[in-house]
Design a protein around this ligand. Structure first.
Ligand SMILES: [Zn+2]
Length: 344
C-alpha cells in the first residue's frame, strides 16, 4: 500500500500497521513533510466512534526525533491494539462509545536524521507562540539564536512548523470536541525516574484541571500501588517557552470551557539506562534510548499497563473527569497542597 522508506524501521513499522488495520480502524496521512528530495508522511490511526463528543484517548510520540523509544513503545502497543480489536469483546464494546487515536511519529524527518529537531532545526516542543512567564534554563527552555543550536524555537513572526501545526489541527479536530479526553505524549531523556507531567511548562500558575489529574492519580495509585510514575506539573522540573500542550490547553480552556482535556507528557528517565550501561553515554542515541535489547523489551512492558489503565480511564470519566462541586473543592485543596505549595 505504501512506498517503502529504506533504513527507516519506525516508518516501515507504521506502514505495516496501516496495512494490517483493514476494517477495524482508519489510517490517515495527516501531512507530508518535505526534506531534500523526499516526502515523509505523518500518520494517524483512529479507532472507535466518530461521535464528536465521545470520550477520547490520544497516544502521541516522536515529537523529538532522537527519542525513538517513545515511537517504538506506542507502535508496539498499536500493533497489539490492532490484534485485540479483532476479538476482544470488552474493547470492541468500549469503542462503541469511545475513540482511541494514535499519532506515533510527529517528527518523521527528525527521527530519520536522528536529531531532536525537525529538518529545519526547530524544536517542535518549543515552537508554539507562547512565552514562559518566568526565567527558563538558558538554551534548554527555548531560544531564537538559530537552528544550529538545539532547542531553537523558530522565528518569532513565522508560522509554526508544519509538524507542529498538523498535530495541533489534529487535536483541535478530534480531541477538542470530546466531553473528556486524555492525551499521552511520550518523551525520553530527562532524569532517573519516569515522570508524568501535566501543564504548565510556561508558568508556575495553578493548572485548572489539577483536581482531575489528582483524581486520576488516585485511581492509578489505588489500582496499581507499585507503579513507577512521579506525577507532577512540568514546571517542577523546568519551565520552557513554546510548549505545544500549554498552547493547546490554553486554547481549549478559552474555547470549550465545558469539556475536559488532559494532556500528559511521559518523560522516561533515560539516565537510568545510562547508569546501568555507562557506555551509552558515548552515543547520542544512547542518552535518549535504551540500547540493550532486553532493556527495550522491558521498557515496552513497563508502560503497557499504564496504556491499558488509560484505556479503562477514558471509559470511566465519571470517576475523574466529571467531578461534583464538593469533590472538586476537596481535590483542588489537596492538589494545591501537593503541587503548588511554595517551593521555589
Ligand atoms: Zn522529548
Amino acid at each position: 500500500m505504501y512506498s517503502a522508506f529504506k533504513d527507516f524501521p519506525e516508518l516501515e513499522d507504521l506502514h505495516a500497521c496501516a496495512d494490517s488495520i483493514s476494517t477495524v480502524g482508519e489510517v490517515r496521512e495527516e501531512a507530508w513533510v518535505r526534506y531534500r528530495h523526499h516526502d515523509f508522511p505523518i500518520l494517524s490511526f483512529r479507532f472507535g466512534t466518530t461521535e464528536p463528543e465521545a470520550p477520547t484517548l490520544l497516544f502521541v510520540a516522536g515529537v523529538h526525533g532522537l527519542e525513538k523509544i517513545g515511537t517504538h513503545v506506542v507502535t508496539s502497543f498499536l500493533k497489539s491494539f490492532i490484534r485485540l480489536v479483532q476479538w476482544d469483546h470488552t474493547l470492541i464494546h468500549l469503542l462503541s462509545s469511545c475513540r482511541i487515536l494514535f499519532y506515533p511519529l510527529v517528527n518523521p524527518v527528525g527521527m530519520f536524521l536522528n536529531t531532536r529537531c525537525n529538518g529545519r532545526g526547530v524544536d517542535l516542543m518549543r515552537n508554539a507562540p507562547i512565552d514562559a512567564e518566568e526565567a527558563t534554563l538558558p538554551l534548554v527552555g527555548g531560544h531564537r539564536l538559530g537552528p544550529w543550536l538545539p532547542w531553537y524555537r523558530g522565528e518569532a513572526l513565522e508560522p509554526m512548523e508544519i509538524e507542529a501545526t498538523t498535530l495541533c489541527n489534529f487535536v483541535r479536530k478530534h480531541v477538542f470536541p470530546s466531553r473528556h479526553s486524555l492525551i499521552l505524549d511520550m518523551h525520553s531523556g530527562f532524569g532517573l525516574v519516569d515522570r508524568l507531567w501535566f501543564p504548565y511548562a510556561w508558568s508556575h500558575r495553578y493548572y485548572p484541571q489539577a483536581p482531575r489529574v489528582l483524581a486520576l492519580k488516585k485511581l492509578l495509585d489505588q489500582s496499581y500501588p507499585h507503579h513507577v510514575y512521579v506525577i507532577e506539573p512540568q514546571h517542577h522540573s523546568y519551565t520552557t517557552h513554546g510548549d505545544l500542550w500549554d498552547y493547546l490547553s490554553l486554547e481549549h480552556q478559552a474555547s470549550f470551557a465545558s469539556g475536559v482535556m488532559l494532556p500528559l507528557t511521559m518523560e522516561m528517565g533515560s539516565w537510568h539506562w545510562v547508569r546501568k550501561n555507562p557506555r551509552q553515554m558515548f552515543s547520542s542515541f544512547g542518552i535518549f534510548n535504551p540500547v540493550l535489547p532486553h532493556r527495550v523489551k522491558r521498557t515496552e512492558r513497563r508502560h503497557f499497563f499504564l496504556f491499558d489503565f488509560l484505556v479503562k480511564a477514558i471509559a470511566s470519566g465519571d470517576r475523574w473527569a466529571e467531578l461534583d462541586g464538593q469533590k472538586k473543592i476537596f481535590l483542588e485543596r489537596k492538589a494545591r497542597q501537593l503541587w503548588y505549595a511554595v517551593r521555589r
